[in-house]
Design a protein around this ligand. Structure first.
Ligand SMILES: Nc1ncnc2c1ncn2[C@@H]1O[C@H](COP(=O)(O)OP(=O)(O)OP(=O)(O)O)[C@@H](O)[C@H]1O
Ligand SMILES: [Mg+2]
Length: 255
C-alpha cells in the first residue's frame, strides 16, 4: 500500500463520493502525432493531440475536410498506429498492444462506424449485426434479440432481410451503427453518421447513439460536419489543420 493509500484509508470513505459514481476518464489521448509518409511527401495529419473523455460522455469532433478527424478516431480505435504519443482506454495502453491483442481489443471493446458503411455485401442487414456477435462468441439467442432490438430502434425492422445492395445509403449507415453497438462496446467511434441521412432521421440516429452512451455507460465520439447534431452531445472538440482543441460545452447536453 502506498503512503497516499494509507492516508486515504485513515480518513475513511468519503460519504459524499460514491466510488461507483465517480467519473472515470475511460479514454486518454496524450500528445498524439501522426505523420503519413516520409521525406518531402510527408503529411502531418495530427499535431500533439491530447484529449480525455469520461465514461458516459458523448462528444463531438468537428473540423473541415482533411483536418485529421478520421485519423484521430482511427488511432483511438486501434486501427492506425500513431507516429508518437499514447492512447489509453481504461488501463489498457492501446498503442502498446500487439497485432493480435489489438484485433481482440477492437472486437470486444470498440464499436466503429466508418465514413463508408463497410457492410459485408453478401450478408443481410440482420446477418451483418449477428456476424460481429459471432466474433466474440455471444450466445445465439441473446445476439438475435439484441440484433432485432437494434434494427427496430434504427427503423430497420422491415429491412432486416435485405442485402446491403438492396438498401439505401442512409439505411446502410444505420445498419453500420447497429453493428457497432451490437457487442456492447466501451468505446463507440462514429465517423459522419448523418452524412447520408435527412435531418429528422439524423437526429433520431444521433439521439439513439447518445442514449446508448448514457444508459450503458459507454464513451462515444462522433465526427460530424453537421452543427445541428452537436446539441445532442456533451462537449465539442475541434480540429483545424491537425491541431485539436476543446471548444466549450455544447448547449443541449444530455438530450
Ligand atoms: N493514408 C494516408 N496517406 C497519406 N495522407 C493521408 C492518408 N490518410 C489521410 N491523409 C491526409 O491526412 C490529412 C487528414 O486526413 P483525415 O482523413 O484524417 O481528414 P478528415 O478530417 O477525416 O477529413 P474528411 O472530413 O474529408 O473525412 C489529410 O490531409 C489527408 O489527405
Ligand atoms: Mg474523415
Amino acid at each position: 500500500m502506498s503512503e497516499q493509500d494509507a492516508t486515504t484509508a485513515d480518513m475513511g470513505p468519503d460519504p459524499l463520493i460514491d466510488a461507483d459514481q465517480r467519473p472515470t476518464a475511460l479514454l486518454q489521448v496524450r500528445d498524439v502525432t501522426k505523420v503519413y509518409g516520409t521525406g518531402h511527401t510527408a503529411v502531418t495529419a495530427l499535431q500533439t493531440a491530447t484529449m480525455s473523455v469520461e465514461q458516459g460522455e458523448f462528444v463531438a469532433l468537428v473540423g473541415p475536410s482533411g483536418s485529421g478527424k478520421t485519423t484521430l478516431i482511427s488511432i483511438i480505435g486501434g486501427l492506425l498506429a500513431p507516429t508518437t504519443g499514447s492512447v489509453h482506454i481504461g488501463d489498457i495502453d492501446v498503442t502498446a498492444l500487439s497485432r493480435k491483442e489489438l484485433t481482440r481489443f477492437r472486437a470486444e471493446r470498440v464499436g466503429f462506424v466508418f465514413q463508408s458503411a463497410n457492410l459485408v455485401p453478401f450478408l443481410t442487414a440482420r446477418e451483418n449485426l449477428l456476424y460481429v456477435a459471432g466474433l466474440i462468441g455471444s450466445s445465439k439467442s441473446g445476439a438475435r434479440a439484441r440484433a432485432d432490438q437494434l434494427l427496430e430502434e434504427l427503423g430497420l425492422a422491415d429491412r432486416a432481410k435485405n442485402l446491403p445492395e438492396q438498401l439505401s445509403g442512409g439505411e446502410r449507415q444505420r445498419v453500420a451503427i447497429g453493428r457497432a453497438l451490437m457487442n456492447d462496446p466501451d468505446l463507440v467511434l462514429v465517423d459522419e453518421p448523418t452524412a447520408a441521412l435527412d435531418t429528422a432521421l439524423g437526429r433520431q440516429v444521433v439521439q439513439l447513439l447518445g442514449r446508448e452512451v448514457k444508459d450503458r455507460g459507454k464513451t462515444g465520439i462522433m465526427v460530424t460536419h453537421d452543427l445541428r447534431m452537436v446539441e445532442y452531445t456533451d462537449r465539442v472538440f475541434q480540429i483545424l489543420d491537425g491541431h485539436l482543441t476543446h471548444v466549450e460545452s455544447s448547449t443541449g447536453a444530455g438530450h
